[in-house]
Design a binder for this molecule. Structure first.
Ligand SMILES: Cc1cc2nc3c(=O)[nH]c(=O)nc-3n(C[C@H](O)[C@H](O)[C@H](O)COP(=O)(O)OP(=O)(O)OC[C@H]3O[C@@H](n4cnc5c(N)ncnc54)[C@H](O)[C@@H]3O)c2cc1C
Length: 392
């Protein structure tokens, strides 16, 4: 079989690993930065032809910002991210505020990092700016992985392959790496469809609390509106869900019907409805989940991010968990050799699975901070020292 990825150009110092990462999303790039900082040779294989401005929001709570600050991308993040003042819960009809958690400086003092909300494309650009030139190979569609006594390899749609010391599957909810390790299974449709849109802040300057993360809790769990600032507060992001059993498409660019959305929320408080009125267009995307997995690694191949633990967005932790995974994985393999990698990857999974399982389940339960409560176990997590604690 030919090999289009030119393995020979990699010069691997002794102790340094040659790493192939399937998927150049948030998790794959964060892992690549962490591993390059340790001196490893890393290549990312991304199916997209380039990064477009697809998607909208990414919510980075202090646990994720702390992980990313340690990777050295804090300044790049803060150039475009907004910094929500508080995390507020409100009741759909009365508008009653049922909880308010101070974020921004209060979170920085308590957790060592603020909450940042950022356009996904800006987060990807900030991550990409920290990678060694040429790390990402675009238009590279991974179809599977395999391993034998010579090591693991990534297989591509064009018939080529990439032989390396370590493979990381960061290839999202439909991960071919996961499928190759654990067999065919499909994500489960939740019966919920999400709408996402952004409006310029000046389009609705009179809506209160636009500098905060606010969740409007509906009369039933399928109805909610979440809003927070993006782009240094110049834009306002809006996310809403409805139950729609007959529509299951997950695409990030499919248009939604804004009139239909406004009609569904017509009974909501005027300040919630004003958010939907300020939007001029929305995308629509069905929400899928998988059950937590008992294993994330086999030999020298490991999963991370949505490939390992996709979740519904009701704790806003999907990207945050991928950032934490990247840091813990890199710490787990520090000093590992080809022989000790399988054990190191098992230690990584053992440290992460209990936490991501709890977050997957908590997200599905959809009651996070509804009536207040202690957010420390999520926001106060220190990925840089998680392994020490798990092993203690
Ligand atoms: C295009 C897109 C837009 C998104 N928009 C939003 C949003 O607006 N709001 C939100 O909350 N979340 C969004 N998400 C999801 C969110 O970014 C992730 O849930 C989270 O960041 C976890 O990151 P991840 O790296 O594990 O997975 P992802 O961010 O999903 O990244 C996986 C990467 O793997 C690549 N990939 C998948 N299959 C293959 C393959 N066969 N070969 C090679 N590469 C492959 C994908 O193109 C993608 O770049 C989006 C995801 C994507 C892919």
């Amino acid at each position: 079989m030919n090999n289009l990825f030119n393995n020979e150009t990699f010069v691997v110092d002794s102790g340094m690993l040659k790493v192939g990462i399937a998927g150049g999303g948030v998790g794959g790039m964060a892992a690549a930065i962490a591993l390059q900082k340790q001196g490893h040779d890393v290549a990312i294989f991304e199916q997209a032809r380039e990064f477009g401005r697809i998607g909208a929001d990414v919510n980075l709570t202090p646990n994720a910002v702390h992980a990313l600050d340690g990777l050295g991308i804090g300044d790049a993040l803060r150039r475009t991210a907004a910094r929500p003042q508080s995390r507020i819960s409100r009741t759909w009809d009365s508008g009653e505020e049922t909880s308010r958690l101070p974020m921004s400086s209060a979170a920085e003092e308590k957790y060592g990092a603020p909450q940042l909300t950022i356009h996904r494309a800006d987060l990807l650009a900030a991550l990409e700016s920290q990678l060694a030139k040429g790390t990402i190979r675009f238009s590279a569609r991974v179809t599977g992985v395999e391993q034998d006594e010579h090591g693991p390899r990534i297989l591509f749609a064009d018939g080529s392959r990439f032989d390396c010391d370590l493979v990381i599957g960061a290839d999202g909810i439909h991960s071919p790496v996961r499928r190759a390790l654990y067999g065919e299974d499909s994500p489960r449709f939740t019966g919920l469809v999400s709408y996402r849109g952004v409006f310029p802040r000046e389009a609705a300057p009179d809506i209160p609390n636009l500098d905060s993360f606010t969740k409007w809790w509906g009369p039933t769990p399928d109805l909610q509106i979440v809003t927070f600032p993006l782009n240094l507060g110049r834009e306002i992001f809006v996310f809403a869900t409805t139950g729609q059993k007959d529509w299951t498409d997950e695409g990030w660019t499919l248009p939604g019907d804004i009139a239909e959305l406004r009609a569904i929320y017509k009974g909501f408080h005027p300040e919630a409805r004003a958010l939907l009125d300020a939007l001029t267009e929305v995308t629509r995307s069905a929400l899928h989940v998988r059950d937590p997995m008992p294993r994330w690694s086999e030999g020298r191949i490991a999963l991370m991010g949505d490939a390992a633990h996709p979740m519904v967005p009701f704790m806003a932790q999907g990207a945050c968990m991928a950032c934490e995974d990247a840091v813990v994985l890199s710490r787990a393999i520090e000093g590992a050799s080809v022989e000790t990698l399988p054990r190191a990857l098992e230690a990584y999974a053992a440290a992460r699975i209990p936490r991501t399982t709890r977050v997957q389940e908590g997200s599905l339960a959809n009651d996070w901070l509804k009536q207040g409560g202690n957010a420390d176990w999520v926001y106060g997590y220190d990925a840089w020292h998680a392994l020490d604690r798990a092993q203690a």
